[in-house]
Design a protein around this ligand. Structure first.
Ligand code: M6R
Length: 368
């Protein structure tokens, strides 16, 4: 049942191209993005003037990634909130607010309660869910299913990538309804998404190098992760994977915050993973990150750099270089997350831990 893999998680990492392809399939027909269930009128979708994404854990990180794309495509303000914070904060909601509830299981207690709170305030709720007929989609006005297939490993991998893709489809559906994107632009964005399974497959063919690195750094005390723009939530996700699987202190930071505190943590030999933006796609951010890396390297950090193939400028500052294929900036998280999943799994294995069942954690958190 693990398909020759030692752990379900490793199998699920390998299934990511398929999970992405299945999530996209059938959602662009006759030139239009379509949801799975829509108990909300097209007019109501058009009238949306604010979006909240509510979720927990990795699902929350998928929302942080999608915020960049949804705001860019729709020109709507998007706030991404931890479900457990959202409902106790008296958020400003009305019938023109769209709340996107993202949950693999569809049963997470905090996310479900956030959905109920939002509906009581008359907001519209759209569920992004991996489980047919779960409670969250049942209580929502619209549903988009991620077709990642069952995820057994406690650490979310293929569901996370599928959540990003589904959140992007929500963004495109809104852009289409509001007319902020022409139909041919929506078609182009969808085609770019459709090219991602092949890009992820390419990353998967290079995991041996990452596993070797994981074994070499498995006795570190801590690992930091830095990113900017869409690379920032990827840094948070990489740190979460390492915490939950390897029981190691790990933190993700926005690279621009380094000088506002975190750089004080840097000491000789501390591994710091840096997710580089494309040198072509985001040249300004790229050069800022290169200078961040040179600063941490000068202070003794062991720099582990995830960068686009052919990124020569970063090479001198990378003690370890992991190359990923060149893809459009907004889609980079779909490839840059993969080495971080492999790294966390391999460090956990090297430390002798059960990768599928990390201590103290449940797959689905149905109590608050
Ligand atoms: O089922 P959900 O997507 O609602 O679960 C949310 C989180 O509990 C989940 O993503 C958790 O953080 C994972 N263990 C992360 O790998």
């Amino acid at each position: 049942e693990k398909g020759g893999h030692e752990y379900f998680m490793l199998k699920e990492i390998d299934e990511q191209p398929e999970a992405l392809a299945n999530t996209l399939r059938g959602h662009f027909e006759a030139g239009r993005i379509i949801l799975d269930e829509q108990r909300i009128s097209d007019q109501d979708l058009r009238d949306v003037d604010k979006v909240f994404v509510v979720a927990c854990g990795s699902a929350y990180h998928s929302g942080l990634v999608a915020k960049y794309a949804i705001e860019h495509w729709t020109r709507l303000p998007v706030e991404v909130e931890l479900a457990s914070e959202f409902r106790y904060r008296d958020p400003v909601l009305d019938r023109d607010t769209l709340v996107v509830a993202v949950s693999q299981s569809g049963e997470t207690a905090d996310t479900l309660e956030a959905v109920r709170h939002a509906r009581e305030q008359k907001a519209r709720v759209l569920a992004v869910c991996n489980t047919n007929g779960a409670q969250i989609p049942r209580e929502s006005d619209a549903v988009l299913y991620t077709h990642a297939g069952p995820e057994i490993g406690v650490a979310s991998t293929k569901a996370f990538l599928a959540q990003i893709a589904a959140n992007y489809l929500v963004g495109l559906a809104l852009a289409q309804a509001r007319g902020t994107k022409y139909p041919d632009e929506v078609a182009r964005e969808f085609a770019e998404l459709e090219a991602m399974p092949a890009a992820v497959q390419k990353v998967l063919s290079t995991v041996d190098q990452v596993r070797d690195l994981g074994r070499r750094i498995s006795d570190s005390k801590a690992v930091l992760f830095l990113g900017r723009h869409v690379g920032f939530p990827v840094a948070l996700e990489g740190a979460l994977k390492l915490k939950e699987l390897a029981y190691m202190h790990a933190e993700g930071f926005a690279a621009g915050e380094l000088k506002h505190g975190p750089i004080a943590l840097v000491e000789e030999g501390l591994p710091i993973v840096v997710i580089m933006p494309s040198p072509k796609g985001r040249a300004v951010l790229h050069s800022k990150l290169v200078s961040n890396i040179s600063e941490i390297q000068a202070r003794g950090a062991r720099t582990i750099v995830i960068a686009e193939e052919g990124d020569e400028a970063v090479r001198p500052f990378a003690d370890e270089l992991i190359e990923i294929p060149a893809v459009p900036t907004l889609l980079q998280p779909l490839v840059s997350t993969v080495p971080l999943q492999v790294l966390a799994a391999e460090i956990a294995r090297a430390r002798g831990y059960d990768v599928d069942k990390p201590r103290n954690l449940a797959k689905s958190v149905t109590v608050e």
